[in-house]
Design a protein around this ligand. Structure first.
Ligand SMILES: [Fe+2]
Length: 272
């Protein structure tokens, strides 16, 4: 781990593979369950009791929090894989402190979500204490970061992020989410922050020697082209992305039943 305190950036070995980066492009979230040690969860919770504000950003300046949460090897490695070298540390910390019981929040993309292939920052959530389904965990809608949708729609198929203490989940900023309904008494703290890209994208995560851009699974109609474009952009080849649409590459819905590779794979020398 290399931390530059002057520029407030860090660098470390990436941990995600081609397949994991592609899956993140498609799903929009990575869950790291119980990765933060108990002692740090407890210290964080105590800090939040002493600083009962919606934006306890001074916690970013605490060395114990920086080292054990923001720069935790699994968190930092995943973030470094997506955002490249010299990742920018957060400048703001939010605490979504919920007094339970409370009704569910409406589904929403957070403010100023930008939809497109670029991934220039990542939104991260951290629970310092266990959050059971009754305590109103965050609910996310996988795949909803790819294109804008109306707010406050009764979406189905969400993923309730009830998790043990110390769980961190990394998401694409525009993913649809909401605070779930809580039915028990108590306080639920959830810290939320962003990491920032400072370098142009390139495929410098863990490269799989046999990863095939032509046959990789980008998804079905409506989303495959968005997922593939995002993946190409992260590889540093966003401008090289082309699709004819229809059943041509990157549509992967019926790929398993095809007799040969899809038509329409972009020609020309790869840029990554
Ligand atoms: Fe939100």
């Amino acid at each position: 781990m290399k931390l530059d305190k002057e520029t407030r950036t860090f660098d470390c070995d990436p941990t995600l593979t081609d397949s994991q980066v592609l899956e993140f492009c498609s799903h929009g979230a990575i869950v790291l369950e119980s990765v933060i040690p108990d002692a740090i969860n407890q210290r964080t919770d105590e800090y939040l009791v002493e600083h009962p504000t919606g934006e306890p950003s001074t916690i970013i300046l605490e060395d114990w929090f920086l080292e054990n949460v923001l720069l935790h090897p699994q968190v930092a490695g995943a973030v470094r894989s997506i955002l490249g070298r010299n990742v920018g540390l957060p400048v703001l910390m939010s605490n979504h402190r919920a007094k339970c019981p409370a009704p569910a929040q409406g589904w929403h993309h957070d403010g100023d979500s930008v939809f497109g292939p670029e991934v220039n920052y990542l939104q991260v959530f951290y629970y310092p204490k266990d959050v059971t389904p009754e305590m109103g965990p965050t609910e996310i809608l996988p795949g909803s970061h790819l294109a804008p949708t109306g707010r406050d729609i009764a979406w189905r198929g969400g993923r309730l992020m009830d998790s043990p203490a110390g769980t961190v989940f990394i998401t694409m900023y525009p993913i649809l989410h909401r605070k779930g309904e809580s039915t028990v008494e108590g306080i639920r703290n959830m810290l939320k922050w962003s990491y920032w890209r400072t370098v142009p994208p390139q495929r410098d995560w863990v490269v799989e020697p046999d990863f095939d851009f032509h046959t990789a699974n980008y998804g079905g109609h409506g989303t495959a082209k968005l997922v593939a474009h995002k993946f190409f952009w992260l590889c540093g080849n966003g401008d090289g992305f082309r699709t004819m649409g229809g059943q041509a590459w990157p549509y992967s819905g019926s790929q398993a039943n095809q007799i040969q590779k899809s038509y329409g794979f972009p020609s020309g020398p790869p840029q990554w």
